[in-house]
Design a protein around this ligand. Structure first.
Ligand code: GDP
Ligand code: MG
Length: 699
């Protein structure tokens, strides 16, 4: 058996690392986190010629080895730690052909760590359009390595890259830069003090304030103490290093690359002028959002109705086909409706991610970040907060993790605290079902009221996040200022493969992440709803028969009365009725109460819970929605889900902090229980008050 080759994909952001990774590994990939921190770790396996296998890691984007964020630390820690099990046998530096000069800085640094380093020049398909031509032989000779000119879009050059990886042992590890060019004496002394160490590695350790948790601590300390120079002097040397590197790169590119500027039509400038315009930019962004929400609605309704009816008939079928008993009831009334409550939202969640990933892939998302920076500044956030706030529409957990690239602690903390207000995909199921019950179906100027309501809820979430940020910015006494730098990638047609993989991965993680909790809670709820303590539950049949003896009820009606008597006196009914006084002013009954309580674990449980509660004892083949529409308000009479109670519920869900996983992640990111506790208390109290006011006002 041959050994597996460890390959690390490294490069500036947006050069196509993930695209190369996808091309090399296909579906053989898994995504996790680096141990202890929340930076995403993508790994996969690639089959190489002659039966060799490569273990590939897609590292976070980094501009240089001078770390300034957690993401970049990951790269440096890996490259400096030979003992890491992922330490690369070969580094593949991905550059993009349009920014070769800047990309090469990182390449030279990595090569100087004496790791075999292959240079990939990606986006070859853009060369003609941009008037760029390259002399690959010259580049290979001067950079002293192998170069692969590829295009993941056109799927060109990937096989060549695989060959280079297979033969990585042929690649020279001679450094690009001679350190004595920076400061001869200093580096000579360093070399003498640590004869067994690579000088450039020592230099990185001395100049970085990174946390080399995994590297041998004593050794690092000894090196770091080697400070024969002041901090300012070291900084100056670092600058000198960068200058030397660029001198080298310029000399390489002078003969290795020619750019015919007359060929570069500047579509990009024209597009940017409109898309980041002070007025049109926002207008276009707004229209795009509107279109997205309308599309999510229009496109998902057919598959959703289909899924809904499939699960309803499945329940029915199980009931008829299996021998009646506890297990059959659990399956038909607990597990299947619970699962249905998750599966039904796949179409909508998939469409949402489809749009988000197209916006990201096309380069438009960076324009949004730039555009929103103007707005965000005023609220104590950074333009970079837009990314968490927008990814918060998927899930607050990755969104809160994404705040890690906000350097300023105050801005970061504020972003963490307000992100849970943005409408996450877990709220979507709740919103969708309630909207479909209480908002009429009409259209206004071609836009459905229901879609508009959904969009309004997203805007409310976003607005609340921003206003809370403003308040927090005034209250929190934390100092610090940052400058905003964002790179604007070129506009591109999204790569189909990347989009599909994102959609699949995110939808899967919704289904399996949320699915486990929902299923567990569905089963628990079914048990609590199927058993009860007193005679009111156990003798339900006799009680109901006696009560309705006079009215000649049909067998079906009688069974339904029995079922609802049982539910009312089951364990769950008792709990629900106990909290009913507290939620009655909001327009909810005890059944909704149960759903709210159980959804403090995770919001999406709400729908599953109602589905479970309403299907216990119901015999008909009916969809969840119809059952909910048929619910009667026990006090006021009339339907339970009215405009007033519906809106009140929508608002409650918009503001309440109902997600244990988010609280856990906030605790981890802020390293204190104070912030998640405050979040839970303040958000939930606020939600209660708003829902109360809304119901009392509208009823
Ligand atoms: P990463 O940030 O380095 O992981 O880069 P991604 O793989 O996410 O790609 C960044 C952008 O470049 C995406 O919009 C891709 O569709 C695009 N892209 C990737 N490879 C190519 C290519 O070969 N040609 C062109 N024209 N675009 C590409
Ligand atoms: Mg990437």
């Amino acid at each position: 058996m041959s050994k597996q080759i460890n390959v690390a994909l490294i490069g500036n952001p947006n050069t196509g690392k993930t695209s190369v990774f996808n091309s090399l590994t296909g579906l053989n990939q898994k995504v996790g986190n680096y141990p202890g921190i929340t930076v995403e770790k993508k790994q996969g396996v690639c089959k190489l010629p002659r039966g060799v296998k490569a273990h590939i890691i897609d590292l976070p984007g980094t501009y240089s080895l001078n770390a300034s964020s957690l993401d970049e630390n990951v790269v440096i820690e890996l490259l400096l730690n030979k003992n890491d099990k992922d330490f690369p046998d070969v580094a593949v530096v991905i550059s993009d052909v349009e920014n070769l000069k800047r990309n090469l800085l990182l390449f030279t640094q990595i090569k100087d760590l004496e790791i075999p380093t292959i240079l990939v020049i990606n986006m070859a398909d853009r060369m003609r359009y941009k008037g760029i031509s390259l002399d690959i032989d010259h580049l290979e000779e001067r950079l002293n390595t192998k170069v692969a000119l590829i295009s993941t879009r056109k799927n060109e050059g990937i096989d060549h890259l695989k060959n280079l990886i297979t033969n990585y042992k042929d690649i020279s590890v001679t450094p690009c830069l001679d350190t004595s060019e920076i400061d001869k004496d200093y580096f000579d002394n360093l070399r003498k003090a640590f004869p067994n160490q690579l000088v450039y590695k020592l230099w990185l350790v001395i100049t970085q304030d990174v946390n080399f948790g995994k590297v041998d601590r004593n050794e690092i300390d000894a090196i770091a103490n080697f400070k024969t120079k002041s901090k300012a002097d070291l900084k100056r040397l670092q600058q000198k290093e960068t200058i030397k590197r660029y001198q080298f790169i310029n000399s390489v590119l002078k003969n290795g690359q020619t750019i015919d500027l007359s060929q570069a039509k500047d579509l990009r400038t024209k597009l940017d002028r409109v898309l980041t315009h002070k007025v049109w930019g926002y207008f276009i962004f707004f229209i795009i959002l509107l279109t997205i929400f309308q599309a999510i609605y229009d496109w998902s309704s057919v598959p959703m109705d289909f899924i809904d009816s499939i699960f309803a008939s499945l329940s029915e079928w199980v009931k008829n086909a299996l021998p009646s008993g506890v297990f059959t009831d659990l399956l038909a009334e607990g597990i299947i409706p619970g699962l249905g409550g998750i599966v039904i939202f796949i179409p909508q969640i998939a469409f949402l991610f489809l749009f988000i990933s197209v916006l990201e892939e096309s380069g438009y998302m960076s324009r949004v970040v730039f555009l929103m920076d103007r707005v965000m500044r005023r609220f104590g956030l950074s333009g970079k907060s837009v990314v968490p706030l927008i990814s918060g529409t998927a899930c607050a957990i990755p969104a809160i993790m994404a705040t890690r690239n906000i350097e300023n602690w105050k801005e970061r903390l504020i972003t963490i605290l307000v992100t849970p207000f943005t409408t996450c995909s877990a709220r979507l199921p709740v919103y969708l079902i309630i909207i479909s019950l209480v908002i009429p179906e009409g259209r206004f100027l071609g836009l459905g009221y229901q879609a508009l309501t959904l969009m309004l809820l997203y805007l409310i979430g976003f607005g609340t996040a921003i206003i809370s940020a403003y308040i927090l910015n005034k209250i929190l006494k934390i100092k610090g200022k940052t400058f905003f730098v964002i790179e604007m990638p070129n506009y591109k047609l999204p790569l189909f493969k990347n989009v599909v993989l994102t959609v699949v991965e995110k939808t899967k993680s919704f289904v399996f992440g949320a699915g486990k909790i929902i299923l567990a809670i569905s089963i628990l709820l079914w048990v609590l709803a199927s058993y009860g303590p007193g005679p009111e539950f156990n003798d339900a049949e006799a009680i109901v028969k006696k009560e309705f003896a006079a009215q000649n009820l049909s067998e079906d009606d009688l069974q339904r009365k029995v079922a609802s008597q049982k539910l009312e006196y089951s364990f769950i009914g008792i709990t629900g009725r106990a909290i009913e006084p507290a939620i009655r002013p909001l327009g909810y009954d005890w059944k909704i109460g149960i759903a709210i309580v159980s959804s403090f674990a995770a919001r999406e449980v709400f729908v599953g819970t109602l589905a479970t509660i309403y299907s216990v004892g119901s015999n008909e083949e009916e969809t969840i929605k119809n059952r909910m529409a048929g619910e009667v308000n026990p006090i006021l009479g009339g339907p339970l889900f009215t405009f007033a109670s519906g809106v009140s519920l929508l608002l409650f869900y918009a503001f309440a902090m109902q997600c244990m996983s988010t609280l856990a992640i906030v605790k981890r990111e802020t390293n204190s229980w104070k912030w998640p506790a405050l979040q839970l208390i303040i958000m939930s109290t606020f939600a209660y008050i708003v829902a109360l006011v809304a119901f009392q006002f509208l009823k």
